[in-house]
Design a protein around this ligand. Structure first.
Ligand SMILES: Cc1cc2nc3c(=O)[nH]c(=O)nc-3n(C[C@H](O)[C@H](O)[C@H](O)COP(=O)(O)OP(=O)(O)OC[C@H]3O[C@@H](n4cnc5c(N)ncnc54)[C@H](O)[C@@H]3O)c2cc1C
Length: 199
């Protein structure tokens, strides 16, 4: 299946076939969102960073994501609270909320046009069994003092027995985002070398 993000989209490329020896402070292998985000932060801290990508930027997992930037990942907070404890679940939730803010801050700082939009995120139930599990998840979230809503109307084009809504979540085009990050890294003295182009 083709990825929406990788279709007809020209992205950052810089073929490394013809380059000779390079000196660098940090070498990062892989230009997915993780490698490129690390490269961005390290470049901003003043390190000379070189990223080596065997294919093209975002070509693997990052280029095939759903494009959601959320703290809600199925029914995860009941699981985390039970398997670890409420503090662990709360720390995880806080880190996820901070990540949404960090991505938005980077987009604003670097003026990256990547179709970022704030959206509500829903986990929904269509059966009684799912509904019961959803109620337990809501109880776990209430204990974490997180402001989310248990709703019965979602705006989705099908009926749901119930849903948990996280507000101020987001979506974006992950490849346009990486393209903007790559340009920022290179403009600040970093190097990113890829092997193949997307198109
Ligand atoms: C179907 C699906 C949907 C998802 N949807 C979402 C979502 O909506 N929101 C969300 O937050 N997360 C989502 N995720 C998870 C998220 O996409 C991944 O956690 C994230 O993209 C991983 O990024 P990465 O940089 O670690 O890996 P990758 O994007 O896979 O990057 C690794 C890079 O390293 C390169 N590489 C590997 N080996 C070498 C080597 N030896 N030399 C040079 N380069 C090398 C690869 O070519 C690749 O480009 C989804 C995952 C999947 C599978």
């Amino acid at each position: 299946m083709n990825s929406l993000w990788l279709t007809n989209q020209k992205i950052f490329e810089n073929n490394f076939e013809n380059n000779s020896d390079i000196e660098t402070d940090v070498c990062i292998i892989g230009a997915g969102i993780f490698g490129i985000t690390c490269a961005y932060y390290l470049t901003n801290l003043g390190f000379k960073v070189t990223v080596l990508e065997k294919d093209f930027v975002g070509s693997k997992t990052t280029g095939h994501t759903t494009g959601k930037i959320t703290s809600q990942h199925g029914l995860f907070y009941k699981y985390l609270s039970d398997a670890y404890d409420e503090k662990f679940a709360k720390d995880y939730l806080t880190a996820n909320e901070n990540a949404i803010k960090n991505i938005k801050d980077i987009i604003d700082a670097e003026n990256i046009k990547c179709d970022f939009e704030y959206q509500n995120n829903y986990v929904y139930a269509t059966t009684q069994k799912e509904y019961d599990a959803l109620k337990l998840e809501q109880e776990a979230l209430d204990k974490l003092d997180f402001n989310c809503d248990f709703v019965t109307k979602t705006g989705l084009p099908f009926d749901a027995k119930g849903a948990i809504c996280f507000k101020n979540q987001a979506q974006f085009n992950s490849i346009k985002y990486l393209d903007g990050l790559c340009k920022a890294i290179v403009s600040k003295g970093g190097d990113i070398f890829t092997r193949n182009s997307c198109l």
